[in-house]
Design a protein around this ligand. Sequence first.
Ligand code: FES
Length: 108
Amino acid sequence: MADNFVKVAKVTEIPAGEVRVYNVDGARLALCNVGGQIFAIDDTCTHDDGPLGSGFLDGHAIECPRHGAQFDVRTGRVLKMPAAFPVRSYTVQIKDGDVLVDLGDETT
Ligand code: FES
């Protein structure tokens, strides 16, 4: 699929170890800063639509605040039930201090 990078945020808006949620082109994205590297996943938990961006980030794992499912923010892979399906993850580029997300790409 062709690249479709869209500017979503400034890197400085997302402190290390934290998550920020953005609405862009109809998608609701959770941008996660893990040790200075930004990862993008869907904000919506695949278990029961919980707000992942309001969850707890521990290293590369994000925990849904509703029932505790965990996902790897690098790939969207499920790390802990009750979620059974991965969350969508996106390719990220940093350019001139901006976070660009490829909405046409799906890494999972
Ligand atoms: S909605 Fe996320 S664990 Fe249930």
